[in-house]
Structures are given as C-alpha cells and as structure tokens.
Design a protein around this ligand. Structure first.
Ligand SMILES: [Zn+2]
Length: 483
C-alpha cells in the first residue's frame, strides 16, 4: 500500500509537540520522529467540536474527570477499506481508535489507556495478580478468571477494558487493553474462563506525554503552519510549476473544478498563484444534494477571490429516484444524473472546443486514483482534460496550506465531516450517516421517509432502511462490511 500511494509524510516534532511533514521542524530545527499510523496515513486535524465530542465520549465510556486531548493538536486518520474507524493521534502517537458500531466507541491503545487511568478513568478496569503479568506480556494471552482481583461494576461483555496491576491512580499500572468477555455479574460468579481478550500488552511504564500548550486550537494551528513553512512552500512551488507547464503544453482554455471541498479550494488557491485571475474560470456543478454550507461556501469563495464562476445545476435526483430506486454502491445512477450530465452540459455550452481543468484529486484517497496518470482525458467527457496539481499532497499538506492562506474552507469540516459531497450517497459509512442525522436532521428525515416508502413497496425490512439500501443487491457486500 505504501509503495502504491507514495510515502507517508507524517512526523512529529517532540520538542514543539506539533506534526511536521519535513526533515526538520521550522520552529526549533529539531528532527521530527515518524508517526506510526496505518497506511495510507492520510491524517487530518480535528477541530474543536470533534475534539469535544471525543473528550466527552472518553468521559462517558471510562469515567475520566480530566481532559486528555486539551492543549494539543489532535489528528484523525481514517482507516482504509469499509471499516468505520479512525485513529486518534496526539503527542506523535496513536492513542486510540474511534469506531462507529451501533454508536460511537473509543478503543484505547496502551498509550490511551495510560492517559485514561491518569485522568481517573476507573469505569472499565480489571486488576490482575502480579504473577499473571509475565504470561500476559509473553504471549499477549487472555486474562483468565483466577488471575483477576478486581473488576469495575459496570463492565459488560464486549466492553473495552483496561487491565491494571493495581489501583493507585497511576499510568504506570497499565498492563494491557482488551475486550471484556464476561459481564461484571458473570465475573463475580465464575471460577474459570476468559475475562478479557487482550489486544495489546506491554511492560508497565509511564505515559509518553509531550508538553501541552495554553494556546487555543487556532493558536496551535498557527504554530503547526510555522513548523512546516518550508515544506508548504516547496509543495506550492511544485504544484504551481506543474500547472503553468501543463497549461502551456495543452494550450486550451483553463478551468478549475470547485466542489466546496478542501482539496478543490487548495487547487483554486494554487491557480490564483499560477495564473492571472482573468486567465481561468471556475466550474461548479450543483448536484441538487449539496449541504447548505457547501453552497454558502461557494458564494463566499467567489466573493473572497473575485473569481469568474460558471455554475450548472442538476435537479433530477428526486424525480429519477421514484423511477430507479435508491442508488447503490453497485448501482451508481446518481453520479451520471447529478454530476456527469450537468458537467457535460456546462462543457458543451462554454467549452465546445475543449478545456484543461485542474481538479483536486489526490492519490492518497484511493488505490484507483493512485494508479491514474496526473493528466488525463475525462473518460466520460473527452473534451475535458483533467490535470491533478495536488495528486501527491496528503490531507495534512492541504490543511496546512489552507490555514497558512486563511482560506475560507467549508464549515462542515469543523463539524467533523471528512468529505462534503452529497448528503445522500451510497458511499457513506454508517458513522457518516450518523453525523448527518445529528447535524442535519431535517435533510435525513426527507431521505428516510423515502426509504421507508420504498421499503414498504418492495418488502424490505428495518435493516435495509438502516443501511443496506446502499447496495442494490445487498448480497454482494463483502463480509467486512457488516451492518
Ligand atoms: Zn519543533
């Protein structure tokens, strides 16, 4: 995966406690340390609201009474595949996973568990006999009932639990993290059997914490930009050079595709560096399923940069829906109707002889993208040549660039969304659907109403309405993709 998608850039300056994408930190000149995260490693910064959400989740789940993430940059790394899981990174290491599985859940790593215990999180702990510890460390074997001295009253089978060698409120008592295999009541009664299926075990030690800052998140973001100034400038220069060269080579009218998302905003900013404002037009196709914030953002961006915007709209979705039924991952009629058709119309009308369009695609986003050449004909609209100035940027490069330029990015990112496309999409994960329900209940209600109507008509059950609708033929779902 690493070789296909390119190298992972994310490192951490342990002196400044900031992510650094370069060989040295531009603030302290120290060498940053690689962050061990799951490839492709397209991590992004979390914003205030998301940080607060996670902080509260930790408090609820583990009973902590102190903040764990405060005064630090928090990064989120979405795991590849269909799993609804993100790694939470602070202090240069993955401290926990955030998972959606019929609700949001924290799955702590050992470093996370040490911080939880430090913050008095005793709601889900199991204390074991000292002589059991070597076995756990040796083979990461399970915690068996005879080795257990104490268990928190609230433990339910399936809970994430922290295994301690004793309780005295110290991080260095953490031995392991894992999943409970018994309820508290069962633990009391049982004489044998597995109490905790251990996920990670390690020699007890103190949490590896870096210094915290008194600054708010905005202040920390500013420091993060400062620590990365050289690398941001280098990436900008390369992409601007690529855009100028491509424009010269193609000799076509220049356009920039804008979607209201962070990647296309970056490309727009780069275009403003590479060309005069009058040399290009910006294209926006409204699918008719855009979030209000996205439409607002398009307006703001147009005004901020005084760009020439060409819009085209689709409003066929709801009408076609009655005919075709819900779009699925294996039945993507919606991209044809909502994206391709209006774009085709737009190109035919304004660029009958073709256009060179700069798009915000990045290879870190998917294998399919990684394999594509940097310049290629749009397979569906041959008149449009697409070029990808930021194909080698990670999400961190993009965010650093936007922060550095005080760019007016879509406010949806501050609500914890990874992507800002249509509010109904079969590509959505269940966690994403949950966020839409939470933040935009009225939008989702309209969709759910349709699903209920359709389910009744075709004879589908509740499970289908909850999420199986995302496949036309639910049987083709792979087994990792369980509801
Ligand atoms: Zn530094």
């Amino acid at each position: 995966m690493r070789t296909i998608l390119g190298k992972m850039h994310l490192k951490w300056c342990h002196h400044c406690n900031l992510p650094v994408l370069d060989k040295v930190c531009n603030i302290c000149r120290n060498e940053p340390v690689k962050v061990e995260l799951t490839p492709p490693g397209d991590a992004r910064p979390a914003f205030e609201k998301e940080i607060e959400f996670i902080e509260n989740l930790i408090k609820e789940q583990f009973g902590t009474n102190k903040d764990i993430l405060k005064g630090r940059i928090v990064l989120m790394n979405k795991l590849p595949g269909n799993e609804d899981m993100q790694e939470i990174i602070i202090d240069g290491q993955v401290v926990a996973n955030l998972k959606y599985d019929n609700g949001w859940k924290i799955i702590p790593k050992l470093e996370g568990a040490r911080r939880i215990v430090n913050a008095n999180g005793y709601k889900k702990i199991v204390v074991i006999k000292e002589d059991v510890i070597p076995y756990l460390l040796d083979k990461s074997s399970s915690v068996l009932r005879p080795g257990v001295i104490y268990a928190s009253e609230g433990i339910k089978k399936g809970d994430e639990v922290i295994v301690l060698k004793k309780i005295n409120g110290k991080d260095e008592d953490v031995v392991a993290v894992g999943r409970a295999k018994m309820d508290y009541g069962e633990i009391l009664k049982a004489e044998k059997g597995v109490v905790v299926k251990v996920r990670h075990a390690e020699e007890p030690k103190k949490a590896y914490k870096l210094k915290t800052s008194k600054k708010n998140l905005r202040g920390l973001f500013k420091d993060m930009v400062k620590a990365n100034e050289d690398v941001i400038r280098r990436f900008e220069e390369n992409s601007v050079g690529f855009m100028r060269n491509t424009a010269k080579k193609m000799n076509l009218p220049i356009t920039v595709a804008y979607s209201g998302g962070k990647d296309s905003l970056t490309v727009l900013l780069l275009a403003l560096k590479a060309f005069d404002r009058e040399e290009f037009n910006v294209l926006f196709t409204d699918t008719g399923l855009e979030f209000e914030e996205t439409l607002k953002n398009v307006d703001i961006v147009q005004k901020t940069y005084n760009i020439r915007l060409i819009k085209e709209e689709s409003n066929e979705f709801w009408e076609k829906l009655e005919e075709y039924g819900p779009p699925g991952r294996d039945y993507r009629w919606c991209s044809e109707i909502c994206k391709l058709k209006p774009l085709k119309r737009l190109i035919d009308k304004h660029y009958p002889n073709g256009t060179l369009t700069f798009v915000g695609l990045r290879k870190y986003e998917s294998f399919n993208r990684a394999k594509k050449p940097r310049i290629q004909k749009n397979p569906n609209i041959p008149k449009q040549i697409n070029a990808m100035p930021i194909h080698n940027w990670s999400a961190m490069h993009v965010w650093l660039y936007l922060f550095k330029n005080n760019a007016p990015y879509n406010k949806m990112y501050e609500k914890g969304f990874d992507r800002v496309g249509c509010y109904v999409c079969p590509a959505m994960e269940l966690g994403e659907i949950d966020k839409v329900k939470r933040e935009y209940p009225e939008l989702w209600e309209k969709w759910e109403e349709f699903l209920k109507k359709w389910a009744k008509k075709v004879g589908y059950d509740e499970k289908w309405i909850e999420g199986l609708w995302r496949w036309k033929n639910p049987k083709i779902k792979n087994k990792n993709n369980k509801l």
